[in-house]
Design a protein around this ligand. Structure first.
Ligand code: BGP
Length: 485
């Protein structure tokens, strides 16, 4: 028996910079993801360290002129820019109701400050989204999924400069004008809280250039929160009835014990890592607890006259989040630390971890859905969920990813429980529906897809697509609307 409404939007998600490749084709300008370096010879520790380094001035300057693409995987992705028709045919075969991807800002405005948009870039997304609808899929478009035109950083200093709001809105206006009839759900920013946990990805900051990193992070975040509200406003004005959401990476955190210190630590983690961002986007004002957060960080956010009205009058229509794992909260240093999405955390003795150390917690998804729905009474949308694994085809080319089926089954079961709890859940776009370059560690071998892509970590391979065992499983899940998993 299915807990899911008949119109539940079963889907899959990717991001332009992790999939398209064609980094310098179709008039596209250089973007911040094109500059992130990777070396297939790095061991696991060097790969994790690479994630935490983010970006350095030296790496930035080297990458600006680098023509080698082997060490810059986001420049080749899985060549989705050229293969999207075949890939969407596979997604249609899966029975997807909705497809989430981001739009590459540097395809539309190669330098970010161009007076006119790049027509070839617009045409690519018109064709891509038209193909989605032709194949029975709605479109869930992320306007900015980390990849920012590099010129906006070199010429204007990136999101620290409030002028970025104007460039971003010029970009939004063009998307609403030229793609508005093809997009069903809009997301102005992917994981807007990433600015704190991966400041290069989130707001293009280079740590060795910042006197006061936290101050820069939260000033950039303010500009993005204002931009998010203005993107909502503009979309509602230009496309009456449009659905514009807000998104965070959900860092679900439990107190390590019933010790009141751990409980308070859990409240602070939930507030500072998650709710600060969704409170501003969904309630429309900076919450009271943020004053202590800023005081303790030595941060003073500069607001302009009118900012508070912008935030208050332009809250989001729905909230979405990525959910991969959960963490525990305690100041007790004795707990083992394990990795996670964007940041590491203390290990929960009740949970297993993935090969990459991310704690697998399906019930945490039900908990997150209940808490967010109860807090805001807004429709929710799970924009990302999945498990990264080093899938290997066997001699016959089959990929028996039973671990992925187990992971997805357990999380979808909990989604059904949350709907039974009364949560209004619009949809689920499983992350990395097709293997793509991992965002945090830039690894091709960290595979999420139900569709395998024959490419190695230097970008070589047949680029052939293979259906993993999870393909048929997810297809049946969708066919039965979640009743038979
Ligand atoms: C989220 C990003 C996605 C995706 C996901 C998985 O933070 O929104 O782009 O990459 O993380 O993380 P990773 O690819 O590092 O395994």
């Amino acid at each position: 028996m299915s807990h899911f409404p008949q119109n539940f939007l079963w889907g899959g998600a990717i991001a332009a910079s992790q999939a398209e490749g064609a980094w310098n084709e179709g008039g596209k300008g250089l973007d911040t993801q094109d500059l992130r370096v990777f070396d297939a010879d790095w061991d696991a520790a060097q790969r994790r360290k690479n994630r935490d380094i983010n970006m350095t001035t030296e790496r930035f300057e080297t990458a600006l002129t680098a023509q080698d693409i082997e060490h810059y995987p986001f420049r080749w992705g899985i060549d989705f820019y050229h293969t999207y028709k075949q890939d969407l045919a596979l997604m249609q075969e899966l029975g997807l109701k909705i497809f989430r991807t981001s739009i590459s800002w540097a395809r539309i405005y190669p330098n970010g400050d161009d007076a006119q948009p790049n027509e070839e870039g617009i045409r690519y997304y018109v064709n891509l989204f038209t193909e989605c609808h032709k194949r029975g899929m709605k479109v869930f478009a992320t306007i900015l999924h980390y990849a920012t035109p590099v010129n906006l950083i070199t010429k204007y200093g990136g999101w620290k400069n409030r002028q970025m709001i104007d460039f971003y809105l010029r970009y939004c206006k063009t998307l609403y004008e030229r793609l508005g009839s093809l997009v069903d759900y809009w997301l102005p920013f992917n994981e807007i809280n990433c600015s704190r946990f991966n400041p290069w990805n989130g707001c293009c900051l280079i740590k060795d250039q910042e006197e006061n990193y936290d101050q820069a992070i939260f000033q950039c975040t303010h500009h993005q929160l204002v931009a998010n509200a203005l993107a909502v406003k503009l979309c509602h004005e230009m496309i009456p009835g449009s659905m514009v959401g807000g998104m965070i990476a959900r860092f679900t955190s439990y107190p390590a014990t019933c010790d009141p210190d751990d409980v308070m630590s859990g409240i602070l983690d939930e507030n500072y890592k998650n709710y600060f961002y969704t409170d501003v986007m969904a309630r429309g004002y900076y919450p009271a607890y943020s004053r202590r957060m800023f005081r303790e960080l030595g941060v003073t956010v500069q607001m302009e006259p009118g900012d508070e009205e912008i935030l208050r009058e332009n809250t989001v229509d729905f909230l979405s989040f990525s959910y991969y794992m959960s963490m525990i909260s305690t100041n007790n240093k004795d707990y083992e630390v394990t990795s996670g999405n964007l940041l590491s955390g203390k290990k929960n003795p009740y949970l297993q971890t993935s090969e990459w150390g991310w704690q697998i917690d399906p019930k945490g998804l039900r908990i997150s859905l209940n808490e967010m729905y109860d807090r805001y009474q807004l429709p929710l949308f799970i924009a990302e969920n999945g498990i990264g694994a080093n899938d290997q085809p066997d001699a016959e080319g089959a990929i028996h990813d039973s671990y992925r089926i187990d992971y997805l089954r357990a999380h979808i079961e909990q989604m059904g429980e949350a709907i039974e709890d009364g949560v209004n859940l619009l949809g689920y776009t499983m992350w990395g529906i097709i293997d793509i370059i991992s965002c945090g560690t830039i690894e091709m071998n960290k595979r999420y897809g139900v569709i395998y892509v024959d490419r190695n970590e230097a970008g070589h391979g047949s680029n052939q697509r293979l259906k993993k065992d999870s393909f048929a499983w997810y297809q049946h899940c969708i066919t039965t609307n979640g009743a038979e998993i």
